[in-house]
Every structure is written in structure tokens, then in C-alpha cells.
Design a binder for this molecule. Sequence first.
Ligand SMILES: Cc1cc2nc3c(=O)[nH]c(=O)nc-3n(C[C@H](O)[C@H](O)[C@H](O)COP(=O)(O)OP(=O)(O)OC[C@H]3O[C@@H](n4cnc5c(N)ncnc54)[C@H](O)[C@@H]3O)c2cc1C
Length: 518
Amino acid sequence: MKNFEKAIREWTRLLTKRRVIVDTTTLKAESTATFKTLQKIHAILRPVSSKEVSAIVKIARKCSIPVYPVSGGKNWGLGSRVPQKDGVLIDLSLMKKITAFNETMGYVTVEPGVTFGAVVQYLERKKSMLMLDTIGSTPDASIIGNTAERGHGMALYADRFNFVCGMEVVLPNGEIIETGFENIEDSKLGPLAKWGLGPYVDGLFTQSNLGVITKLTLWLRSKPMFFQSFIFHVNNESNLAKVIEQWRQMGLDGFNSSLRVFNDIRMIAFGERFPENETIPLRSSTRSALRSKLKIGKWIGLGGLYAASPQHALADKAFILTRIGSLVDDIVFYDQATVDEQYDQGDDATRNQLDFMFNKSLLRGNTSKTGVNMVYWRKPNALEVKDIHEDGCGVMWYCPAVPFTGKDTRIAIKICERICKKYDFELNIGFLFISQRALDITGAICYDRNIKGQDKKAMDCHHELMGAMTMEGYSPYRLGIQSMKLMKLKKPSSAKFLKLLKTTLDPKDILAPGHYIP
Ligand SMILES: Cc1cc2nc3c(=O)[nH]c(=O)nc-3n(C[C@H](O)[C@H](O)[C@H](O)COP(=O)(O)OP(=O)(O)OC[C@H]3O[C@@H](n4cnc5c(N)ncnc54)[C@H](O)[C@@H]3O)c2cc1C
């Protein structure tokens, strides 16, 4: 890279040597994702303030060096910290301040290095009655990184980007701007209202390369007065389709709940490894034995109910039973009283189940590391969960959305099942019910990177699968560095508009080149 040495000298003057990382061992480790990548990270810069971010970007622009922001750097299955093209990382994880918190109005304002785990601990310390909508990934993932990609939570504020406002953003020319009501002097509405005055621009800084978000406000919900979780099992796919039809209508009728539906493999992989001495792919007899062991169906629905009183809670439960009770093979509800009773009398396995389903449930604002087990699915049984990159865990997400209908869900399952089978991977799929008209799919191709040929096989599987899904009209809602080419799906007029924005704001294409906007 031309001018690289000059840029490094200027960045070092700004940040000191300690916060400009150029040692090759670190850079090599940071350039590793959960699938094969060729891009190189040439240096890592670690600012502690938005002013430093602004200065970093100005130097990058002057020297024409591509820079790529990461907040927590836990974009696992979508590229981890690896940029779309070779460049320098701006690692924002030292910007760890929670700059505002308001119990009455229900919000927290955070810098990029603030993780889900940190906010959960902060709320505990404050003995807050508010709840963070957390994440299925590691507690070390960041709120801003997750929002920047329009990621998903677990409860009623799961559509993360819906519940943020008032961003501070460093533009590719180094200027710092604020959005929403934060850009009106003395406005009392900055952390309270989303749209501001005039054109709404926050969306431009998500799934894009038009700015570095250095602060935002995230809204928090009250902890439910009466929380219930539930789990249901469905073995028959035509019944699953009927449940989906019912759930859409329930939502349109005004019923509020959180729900995600997984297939058996997703659930099995949370706690088990691919059995040793088993042929690849898993035989259906072994799969069925694992289902029996864990007492799960072929499809599992996992959800939360957030009632304002015990009376509302009873009504919610009755409503679900009326609408889907006859379509599911089994359904169990958990509330504090029933859980306490079973906990006292239960063995370790029962207690673990009650913790997972209720006491420590992610559906009520807890974080957990157990979801990460899933990416060790094809790894040897003896390998302890440590570092998914060092351990050679292969995982690649595919993220198409489908219309919220039983018919589309079945078509999508068929496509994904057929293609995963062709490449000898088990279908590992979940449907997220975070809006009322579309379902977001989270599909994971899990494999062992240490087995020769698997990286290529997984990538081929991913590409064929997304090709087939988009042909069917099931467009991606989020991309990783493995799938960024799918931005080509956009109509030319829209692509041209985005390009115009990019070239106007970033004529030298220095900010995260190739990240969403080519
Ligand atoms: C088992 C497992 C479970 C998962 N569960 C979930 C889940 O429930 N929900 C979910 O959404 N994801 C999930 N993920 C995917 C991923 O781990 C999360 O999305 C995670 O939040 C991303 O990491 P991060 O927050 O540290 O973001 P980062 O890695 O820091 O950033 C993600 C991307 O956002 C952009 N970005 C980051 N910071 C900024 C910034 N300040 N300004 C502009 N752009 C920026 C960058 O392009 C970066 O590549 C899961 C992954 C695994 C393996």
C-alpha cells in the first residue's frame, strides 16, 4: 500500500505506539475468520475517543489507506474482524463508556466498545428494573456493532435497529455529525425520539460504509411484571406451516410475544457434538436417537411472554393454547411459581433445563456463552470450547428472509435441506419472528476447518443455497464478507443512488471499501 509507512507514522503520533498494532503474529490472528478468507489486516488502530476516530479517518483519507471499523469484532460466521478488502482495522473496543442511563425513560447511551455483557452487569449494579434485549452470540459482542449490521435480539426489542436513536457518526471526511434530535441544540429529545426533524438518516449508517458510529442510544424495556417462557415441539411439517399461519394472524390481531423456531439440529448442537464414529452426514436413526435423548421434536418453538400482570399472563397462555394447542405435539409453559417448585425437587438435569428455559433465559435479558457451542458441532468431542478461530471452528451464516406464511416456510426449508444434504452438512436453521409480515432465517453451515476440503465445500454450499433462495424471491436481509456479492441483487437505479452517496462522501473509497456499498 502506497503511503502506508507515512500513515503509520501519523497514526503513531496520534495514538502512540501502544495503540498502533503492527506485530505480525497479532495481525495474522486477527485476520482469521470462521471460514477461508484471503484479506490481510496491515495494522490495528485503537482510538479512545470520537475525536481520535475523526483524526484517524482524516489521515486515512489523506494517505488513501482503506480503514475498516469494528466494535466488538465478534461478527462470527459473517467474517469476524476480517475486512472485505485488505486494509487497516479501526478497533473501537477501547471506547467503553456508557455515557448516559435513564431508568425512568428507559435508555442507555453507549460507545462502540460497550458489550452486551457490560450493559447487563451495569443494569445489575444499578439494581435497575430495565431489561436489555440481549443476543444469542457471545456476551462480548458489542451493541453498536450488532446495531450497525441490523442484528437481532431475543425478546420484544429484538429488531435492534428499531430501538436505537441519536447516533454520533464520524463521516469518511473525518467530520463528526449527530442524528435524530441530537442534532438540534438544547433539544430535550435526543435519546427519546427516533425520527428527529427533516430527512431521517440513521439507516444510512447501518449495513453500509458511509460512517463510523461512535455513539448511540439504545432503548430498554421494563422487566416484565410477569414473565413466562414456553417451548413447543412439532414433528409434522404441515402442522408447522399451520402454526406459522396462526402466529402471523395472532401478531396482526395485536398479540405480543417473542418466538423463534429451530430445527432439531440447531437445538442438539447447542449441547452436543457430532457423535464420534458416526458417518457424515448424520444418519436419521442417530438424529432420532438424539431427539429422544433431549426430548425434543423435529421442530422446536421457543418463546417468551411479557405480561403486565398475572391475569394478562394467564390470558396470554390461554390464547396460545387456543390458537396452536391442537397443532403442536407438546407445549410447556414456565413461570416463577412452577419453576421454583420443580427446581427444589429436581435433579441436575432438571435444574439445567429450568435455568435454560426460565431462570437464566436469554429471553429475559440474560447473556450466555452456551450458544457458541453450536460452532463446535463437527469438532472432536474432546476439544474444549476456547477460541473459535484458533480451534478451527467453521461456521458460515446464511440470512434470507421469507414471507411470514406456512407455504413459504416449507419451500424455504425444502431448498435449504436439499442443498445442505448435497454438500453433506446437516441443516441447522432457525426462523425469527421479529416482525409481523416476514420471517428472518438464520441458517448456519457448521463444519471443521481442520478437515481438508471443508472450507471450499461450505462456501460452495453457501453460494448455491443463497442462489436458490434468491431465485425463489427470498432475499438476504444481512450479509457477511462471504456473501457481499449479493448486493448485486439491487436494482440498477438503487445501486446507482448508493454509489452516488458513497462517491460524494468518500471519493477515495477509504472507509470499509466493499462493505455493502461496492
Ligand atoms: C452462535 C452464534 C450466535 C449468534 N447469535 C446472534 C444473534 O442472536 N443476533 C445477531 O444479530 N447476531 C448473532 N450472531 C452473529 C454475531 O456474533 C453478532 O451479530 C455480533 O453482534 C457481531 O459482533 P459485534 O457486535 O462484536 O460487531 P463487530 O464485529 O464489531 O461489527 C460487525 C460489523 O459491523 C460494522 N461495524 C462495527 N462497528 C461499527 C461502527 N462503530 N460503525 C460502523 N460500522 C461498524 C463492521 O462492518 C463490522 O464488520 C451469532 C453468531 C454466532 C456464532
